[in-house]
Ligand binder design. Structure first.
Ligand SMILES: Cc1ncc(COP(=O)(O)O)c(C=O)c1O
Length: 399
């Protein structure tokens, strides 16, 4: 079976981390990896998570299996966070949620479900997008299309090109959007653009699939879901793949959710049964611990407040690093675009396309022990007040 198995290409982002770990240089810096780091360079366990874990440990009596779709309490908590307590789809019983292992698990189950429901469907991904989107939807056998999203010249979304492409898609296809903090560009749609997109998708009979992995990292917990709520409001159907890896810093607990808004209450039971079938043949049922942490925090006023404050501090630190990076480049008279560096301050979340080209990325790695993804995507959360001068000096040297 395996004698002549070819070696698969390393994952673009995890592969970079492997190379980083193997680098013996003491002053190396990894701007590639997709996790939050604090000002000391650590990815901490949140205090609210620690407290929730202590409570869970004290009262846990069994490690029996969860239901295929996870607990009801988790599903309710996810829906309230994404859609709002008083959402018309919740009060109208038009929504279901399954607890999945991370946002990736949600994407995979969604892909399996879409392929089983409609094998001829194409899923349209923004160009560029998170590289794993191609791998996940390719693995389930869905046809993949790309729609224009980001204009590398202006470092802005090309919304006109995006909408023109959407208008030309055949009815029944699926359009993936990033709920907020678009990865890798950091460029998000405005509320008006979301509304226009929602109306166009409905008119063209296209199904929106929203991948939201950074709720709370752009403008705030509520503001960051305005776009997906506009899609759900317009309807009739929406698929949402969400992750708690980043906003609860629960990366290795693998906790996420697949939420589907259906057009009628009657459809919920049938769609749930199909989702359960996809899950049963993939990982059978979800890992309990991460979901229990999230549920404990979201159901407790005090823990929830503490978590929201910790999340706000993570967001503010990333924004501060964006400003410090731009100031550092400006001081060295380095310009990452023809219009300067300010675009990096206005974009959202941990990532942006820095404007670094592949040759710069290679020089940064070889000559300065600074690791950046080949596309030039940098993670601002990996920057600190301490390492910033070295990062900016190195970029000035290679540009
Ligand atoms: C856009 C996007 N979607 C989904 C995910 C998946 O997150 P998880 O680690 O929860 O699987 C990520 C993580 O990097 C992401 O950036």
């Amino acid at each position: 079976m395996f004698e002549s198995t070819p070696t698969a290409a390393p994952d673009a982002i995890f592969g970079l981390s492997e190379a980083f770990r193997a680098d013996p240089r003491a002053d190396k810096i990894n701007l590639g990896i997709g996790v939050y780091r604090d000002e000391l360079g650590h990815t901490p366990v949140l205090a609210a998570v620690k407290e929730a874990e202590a409570r869970l440990l004290a009262k846990q009596t069994s490690k029996s299996y969860l239901a295929i779709e996870g607990t009801e309490a988790y599903g309710r908590a996810v829906q309230a966070l994404l859609l709002g307590d008083s959402s018309e789809v919740i009060t109208g019983d038009r929504v279901l949620t399954a607890h999945t292992p991370g946002g990736t698990g949600a994407l995979r189950v969604a892909g399996d479900l879409l392929r089983a429901q409609s094998p001829e469907t194409t899923i349209w991904l923004p160009e560029p997008t998170w590289v794993n989107h191609h791998q996940v939807f390719g693995a389930v056998g869905l046809a993949i299309g790309n729609y224009p999203y980001f204009d590398h010249q202006s470092n802005r979304i090309d919304f006109e090109a995006m909408l023109t492409a959407v208008e030309a898609m055949p009815p029944g296809d699926v359009v993936l959007t990033h709920g907020c903090c678009h990865n890798p560009t950091g460029a998000d749609l405005t509320p008006d653009q979301w509304r226009l997109l929602a109306a166009t998708l409905k008119e063209r009979r296209l199904l929106p699939l929203v991948d939201i992995a950074y709720q709370g990292f752009a403008s705030g917990l509520e503001a960051d879901v305005e776009g997906l709520r506009a899609l759900c409001h317009e309807g009739p159907e929406t698929v949402i793949c969400s992750s708690f890896s980043k906003n609860f810093a629960l990366y290795n607990e693998r906790v996420g959710a697949l939420t589907i808004v259906t057009s009628t209450t009657d459809a919920v039971a049938a769609v749930t049964s199909q989702v359960k079938q996809c899950i049963r043949s993939t990982y059978s049922n979800p890992p309990a611990h991460g979901g229990a942490i999230v549920t404990t925090i979201l159901e407790d006023d005090e823990l929830r407040r503490e978590w929201q404050e910790e999340l706000a501090r993570m967001k503010q630190r990333v924004q501060a690093m964006r400003r410090l990076f731009v100031a550092g480049l400006d001081d060295r008279q380095v310009s990452m675009s023809s219009e300067g560096n300010d675009f990096l301050v206005h974009q959202h979340g941990m990532f942006s396309f820095s404007g670094l080209k592949e040759r710069h990325v290679a020089q940064l790695r070889d000559q300065h022990a600074i690791y950046v993804v080949g596309s030039g995507r940098v993670n601002f959360a990996a920057m600190t007040a301490d390492n910033m001068p070295r990062i900016c000096d190195a970029i000035a040297a290679v540009i």
